[in-house]
Design a binder for this molecule. Structure first.
Ligand code: DAH
Length: 370
């Protein structure tokens, strides 16, 4: 913004200002021009240009006044010009400063108006997730066994046939392998390196005993896989919790006491337990554990097929042959093991008829188990 002030280009002599009054009148003109121009300075860029035009060292108005008016002034007028110049300088400096603050305030106000926040508007509710019913059931079962001194361990879901079958006392071609419809993973070799998706959590029994000397007291929560077509009572992936206790002198009574404690804690003090003889290659004797049907409290209903009982786990005393695979001495040790289907237990406890709802992730279902 060029300053429109030809008088500052001239000397006092050229302007005919030879008395203090005339000098003062010139300063009044300069000041009036300054006040007129500063009113038009509207933003920061204009303010900077304006400041240079007035205060710039080389060709600013104040420099010109110094060079053209003050320096050549006669000794009689010099003090008058000096005083006028000082007053002008302080007016210019303080006015520009004030203008700057005004511009800043105005632009802050404009910005605030542009993003005005209406605190009375309703907020956006974020949906918060919860633990899945299966996770809740796993946590509940784990907590019960943790109180009995069991530790939680885990193992791989992709497993070798050695751990999934062989070391559990099922050599290749053993018919008991057919108890589990198995997903085989394509591997170039086949044979002992053959990989499967584990069909149960029992292989972690072997992995645990390989890793640590007795005594052992662990539970193993995790996912297992079976080649089943999904229906109301089957999923090809579900959850088990395995248990294993090995020590000197563990007996069938210890096994029964542990299971009864679990059933009371999980299903309530009124729930009763019953054992039925069964067969698993890695336990001897083997049993299936039933608990009082919680839907009908044992009176008989559709869920328990009128028996009053529901099957909750497979179990037994660890077969001595299993110890041979992990270097434990079967003459010194005894133990029990069990395995339960967590998804099924969750269904039974909640009175849900179709296992597939656990994996459909329908929020109308999930919201019922916050
Ligand atoms: N692994 C068995 C299954 O998936 C369940 C089972 C039975 C686990 C007996 C055990 C056991 O530890 O002792 O059907």
């Amino acid at each position: 913004m060029p300053v429109n002030l030809p008088i500052v280009e001239k000397t006092l002599e050229q302007l005919g200002a030879d008395t203090p009054e005339r000098v003062a009148a010139l300063f009044v003109k300069v000041r009036a021009e300054f006040d007129r121009e500063i009113a038009a300075v509207a933003d920061d860029a204009a303010r900077k240009q304006f400041r240079d035009a007035w205060l710039g060292r080389k060709a600013g108005v104040l420099t010109l006044v110094t060079d053209n008016w003050l320096k050549p002034a006669s000794p009689a007028l010099k003090p008058v010009v000096g005083q006028g110049l000082n007053e002008l300088r302080s007016h210019v400096e303080s006015s520009i400063k004030r203008r700057r603050a005004e511009i800043e305030r105005q632009s802050a106000e404009r910005a605030a108006a542009a993003e005005r926040l209406d605190l009375s508007l309703p907020g956006i509710a974020r949906a918060v997730g919860t633990r899945h019913l299966v996770r809740q059931t796993l946590d509940e079962i784990e907590a019960i066994f943790l109180r009995l001194g069991f530790a939680v361990v885990e193992g791989p879901e992709i497993e070798t046939t050695y751990y999934n079958f062989e070391a559990l006392n099922m050599p290749e071609l053993h018919p008991a392998r057919d108890m589990w419809d198995t997903f085989y993973v394509d591997t170039p070799t086949g044979g002992p390196g053959q990989l499967v998706l584990r069909t149960h959590t029992s292989p972690v029994q072997i992995r645990t005993m390989e890793r640590q000397p007795p005594p052992v007291r662990v539970i193993v929560p995790g996912k297992v896989y079976r080649r089943d077509n999904p229906d109301a009572s089957h999923l090809f992936m579900f959850h088990q919790i395995e248990g294993l206790a090995v020590d000197q002198d563990l007996t069938f009574a210890d096994f029964k006491g542990t299971i009864e404690f679990f059933v009371h804690e999980f299903l309530g003090k009124n729930a009763r337990t019953r054992l039925r003889p069964s067969y698993f290659p890695f336990t001897e004797p083997s049993a299936e554990v039933d608990a009082t049907c919680i839907v009908c409290s044992g009176r008989g209903c559709r869920v328990c097929k009128q028996t009053g009982w529901m099957e909750i786990m497979g179990a037994g005393m660890v077969d001595p042959a299993v110890y041979g695979f992990v270097g434990y001495d079967p003459k010194q040790l005894s133990g029990f093991a069990f395995g339960m289907g967590v998804d099924r237990l969750a269904l039974l406890k909640q009175g849900i008829g179709d296992i597939q709802v656990l994996q459909q992730n329908d929020v109308r279902f999930l919201r019922q188990y916050p």
